[in-house]
Design a protein around this ligand. Structure first.
Ligand code: ADP
Ligand code: RBF
Ligand code: MG
Length: 153
């Protein structure tokens, strides 16, 4: 049974995030501007999700996403951060990021240490990697939503 509010499609430019050096930890996260975060459906709870993503109409890759206030960092601003399961040759700030959010993994949590946070994210990545191999998940990889190169739509 899919969760209420899923699948959810979002698209928008990649902006500079909190600059905490997620990249240095091996988990860069592409951040969305506030208006995209604000247009999430009410019923979609904060937490960690998985789905598909592409950049500027390119290849579609697996992704994990954190939606919420990052309790570990006690943010006051709600964020939507996408980590794509692919190694890109360079940054893509300003590019159009499309995501299709398909499943929920867990609530956002506070952690005792940065190492514990990183370990949790790594296990989210393994979970997503497997979940997205199911047929009904693979279907969405071919969604028309990802296929246009037109930034306007
Ligand atoms: P910021 O605080 O600005 O979000 P990060 O350390 O989280 O900085 O790095 C995010 C940036 O890294 C993204 O905006 C994107 O340009 C780049 N990037 C490179 N590879 C990836 C990836 N696999 N997934 C997400 N972003 C990536
Ligand atoms: N931040 C939290 O405070 N608690 C979390 O449970 C949490 N889970 C995350 C799961 C994923 C898959 C990703 C990509 C990020 C998560 N974050 C979480 C956000 C994290 O704090 C942020 O990306 C930092 O910038 C990592 O250093
Ligand atoms: Mg980021």
């Amino acid at each position: 049974m899919p969760m209420d509010g899923l699948p959810h499609y979002a698209s928008g430019p990649v902006i500079k995030g909190f600059g905490r050096g997620s990249k240095q930890l091996g988990i860069p996260t592409a951040n969305y501007p506030e208006d995209i975060v604000d247009s999430l459906p009410q019923m979609l709870n904060t937490g960690v999700y998985y789905g598909w993503a592409n950049v500027d109409g390119g290849q579609v890759y697996k992704m994990v996403m954190s939606i919420g206030w990052n309790p570990f960092y006690k943010n006051t601003k709600k964020s939507m951060e996408t980590h794509i399961l692919h190694t890109f040759p360079s940054d893509f700030y300003g590019s159009l990021l499309r995501v299709c959010i398909l499943g929920y993994i867990r609530p956002e949590k506070d952690f005792k240490s940065l190492d514990d946070l990183i370990a949790a994210i790594k296990s989210d990545i393994v979970f997503a990697d497997e979940a997205l191999e199911q047929n009904e998940m693979l279907q969405h990889k071919k969604d028309q939503f990802f296929q246009t190169n037109n930034v306007e739509d």
